[in-house]
Ligand binder design. Structure first.
Ligand code: NAD
Length: 503
């Protein structure tokens, strides 16, 4: 049966001017429940004209929102925070139904997104500038940070709530209107968030959702009324967004893909390292930009580590994310599941030792499931090592020394996150100092910074200068202005063609 013809397939809307708006283009994309493989919704793919019309409503709203008092903005953010908190179970269910991750993981993503809303409630404090009285005699100097106008966010499928919240909370708190182009693979969460913003008292048009694909994205990148673009997704698209957006004179921060390594030293507590690596490799079926997909085992720790990881896998349950007791859900689409399975075969053919083969695991047959795979003796030229697989596949690379492990990590073109497992403070200190990666964990497997720091990798994991959220997010969504002011007695005024001095 063609499931798209089924009556249970919901047509989704855009969210424009504070309410749902049906798509006007004839193009749509199916949204699946990855646990059943069924199509559950059709997301409209906006035409350039629809995106343009949506941006125009945002422009109209931005003018007034910019003038709203800081305390009013904070009040809206507090209300939004309360609503998100109160309705997080509903939102988690929406995430699980379209992404597939287990409910506890969906709740975790909301909690980490919520942190950014809480950070943004402090906007009156965050936008305080400096003031220098008497910078020259009778002259005072101070700075303000002002909103950019209309800013856009283009987000990936793997965090349909957290990543939009990384962006929109600060963008809106700073006085901008925000246009979200969420992933077309799990778009419903963005509409739920839009509804909550409205209930929180945000004026219509300040938060907009336009669904779409490349046509919508290109319209955003070329649009003269979009001042800045925040992007999170894969590296090739991040590079493209950065190049096209900046060529059009926009401010762009574009976060890309990852290949995150865990360096396990011989003195590490192997059980702690194995627990951490298993959690970070297979959580969310490996579809996290901070997943640990490579364990670099130094020296004699290798055999013990591989055994410890292997013995943890049989007790982990793969199944629908909505079922209690499930540890790992399905992958996002059938094509992606098959692509990940293809990497396992390629790894085996290239000489990796398949310790646990996820393709042979007993997993539900409906839906896009794949079991957990553990590959040992992976070498840097194998595709399982070079490529971001974004699935439940953990590669173990054996190295002889700390230096060899560090050099391996530093030679990778991705540089999002990394972690070291050791009991040796001196080795950890050297690692923190010398590793060329943007986010580093010491005995912490997924070092996603808290909301009052900023998130971002280096090299091909981030294009642009500014990391996301936290203080750097506030800077990204505002521009600085410095005001030099005096109130002299007009009677003392003279013409002086010399360059103004402060002394
Ligand atoms: P993706 O790059 O395929 O899509 C991201 C966004 O770009 C989506 O909104 C999509 O509609 C849009 N897009 C896709 N192709 C496009 C094109 N040709 N032109 C214009 N726009 C296009 O990424 P994804 O598969 O949704 O997400 C997974 C990727 O995101 C992984 O590589 C993962 O590492 C990365 N990611 C990175 C971070 C980070 O913080 N660095 C966080 C989460 C995810």
């Amino acid at each position: 049966m063609n499931d798209i013809a089924s009556a249970s397939v919901r047509p989704l809307d855009h969210w424009i001017s504070g309410g749902p708006v049906a798509g006007a283009s004839s193009r749509t994309s199916p949204v699946y429940d990855p646990a059943t493989g069924q199509t559950t919704a059709l997301v409209p793919l906006a035409s350039a004209a629809e995106v343009d019309a949506a941006i125009k409503t945002a422009v109209a709203a931005a003018g007034e929102w910019r003038q709203s008092s800081l305390s009013r903005r904070a009040a809206v953010l507090f209300a939004f925070r309360e609503l998100l908190h109160a309705r997080s179970d509903e939102l988690a269910a929406i995430i699980t139904a379209e992404h597939g991750k287990v409910l506890a993981d969906a709740a975790g993503e909301i909690a980490r997104g919520l942190e950014n809303v809480e950070f943004a409630t402090g906007i009156p404090q965050l936008l305080k500038g400096g003031y220098s009285e008497q910078a020259a005699t009778g002259v005072d100097v101070y700075n303000v940070r002002q909103p950019l106008g209309v800013v856009a966010g283009i987000t990936p499928f793997n965090f349909p709530v957290m990543v939009p919240l990384w962006m929109c909370a600060n963008a809106i708190a700073c006085g901008n209107a925000f246009v979200l182009k969420p992933s077309e693979k799990d778009p419903s969460a963005s509409l739920f968030i839009a509804q909550l913003w409205k209930e929180a008292g945000l004026p219509d048009g300040v938060f907009t959702v336009v669904h779409g694909d490349k046509e919508a994205v290109d319209t955003i990148l070329d649009h003269e009324d979009i001042a800045a673009v925040s992007f999170v997704g894969s590296t090739p698209i991040a590079r493209y967004i950065y190049e096209r957006g900046t060529a059009n004179g926009k401010r762009v921060q574009a976060l890309g893909g990852a290949k995150n390594h865990a360096l396990v030293l011989p003195d590490a507590d192997v059980n702690l390292a194995a627990d951490s690596i298993v959690s970070a490799a297979y959580g969310a079926a490996g579809e996290r930009c901070m997943a640990l997909s490579v364990a670099v085992a130094v020296g004699e720790v290798g055999d013990e580590l591989v055994s410890a990881i292997q013995e943890r896998l049989p007790s982990l349950k793969v199944g629908p994310g909505s079922e209690p007791g499930t540890d790992m859900g399905p992958l996002i689409t059938r094509e992606h599941r098959d692509r990940v399975a293809g990497y396992i075969g390629a790894g085996a053919e290239a000489g990796a030792k398949v310790v646990v083969d996820g393709r042979e695991q007993d997993v539900p047959q409906d839906g896009f499931f794949l079991g957990m795979t553990l590959l040992d003796e992976v070498t840097p030229e194998m595709t399982v090592y070079t490529d971001e697989i974004f699935g439940p596949v953990l590669s173990v690379v054996r190295v002889a020394t700390f230096d060899e492990g560090l050099a391996l990590i530093n030679s990778n073109h991705y540089a999002n996150g990394t972690a070291i497992f050791t009991r040796d403070g001196g080795a950890a200190r050297r690692f923190k100092n010398e590793v060329e990666v943007g986010m580093v964990g010491v005995n912490v497997p997924i070092p996603v910074p808290v909301a009052y720091y900023s998130f971002g990798g280096w090299k091909d994991s981030l294009f642009g200068d500014t990391h996301m959220y936290g203080p750097e997010g506030v800077n990204f969504y505002t521009r600085g202005k410095v005001i030099t002011e005096r109130w002299p007695d007009p009677a003392t005024s003279t013409v002086d063609l010399g360059f103004p001095r402060t002394r």
